[in-house]
Design a binder for this molecule. Structure first.
Ligand code: AMP
Ligand code: ZN
Length: 143
């Protein structure tokens, strides 16, 4: 737990999120500045700054869950592709210094965007989280 970390605050339920999925080691919720509708973040429950700080086990778990969330996103949204990636260090564009993976639905012809500066619409985010959560749980992603 890091006091000034927004993801730690979400994990501690001191800040809100649009939840999609949870395992013993990870939480998945929607990015509130979605690069595309359905943009998910898979976050370790422990606070690790980045790939250089996280344990191999945590990185493996995030990779495992990210793969399954990618399936859930593609199945539910019928997108053409899915971007799965993460950033380490400000120089790489990291803006929240708590290790996490982005899962972003992609469609042919759309510009490749990582960070949107536009906040998502609250009721759309809520509806999207409900759809993806239902799909992810139906897939029985285990921990
Ligand atoms: P990164 O730049 O890889 O560190 O990604 C951090 C992501 O977290 C960005 O895409 C932000 O839009 C997103 N983000 C920041 N604050 C929140 C929040 N309170 N809830 C959900 N996503 C957030
Ligand atoms: Zn944190």
């Amino acid at each position: 737990m890091s006091d000034n970390c927004i993801f730690c605050q979400i994990l501690a339920e001191k800040a809100p999120c649009y939840p999609v999925h949870e395992t013993r080691y990870t939480r998945t919720f929607l990015d509130i500045f979605p690069a595309a509708p359905g943009h998910c973040l898979i976050v370790t429950k422990e606070h690790y700054t980045d790939i250089f700080d996280a344990t191999p086990e945590a990185i493996a778990m995030v990779g495992h869950v990210s793969t399954l969330i990618a399936h859930a996103v593609r199945d539910e949204l019928q997108c053409d592709g899915v971007g799965v990636f993460q950033l380490n260090g400000a120089a790489a564009g990291q803006t929240v210094f708590h290790y996490h993976m982005h899962v972003i639905p992609r469609n042919t012809g759309e510009e490749l965007v990582i960070h949107s500066r536009q906040p998502g619409n609250a009721s759309e985010l809520e509806a999207m989280a409900a759809r993806l959560s239902k799909r992810a749980h139906a897939m029985r992603i285990d921990d």
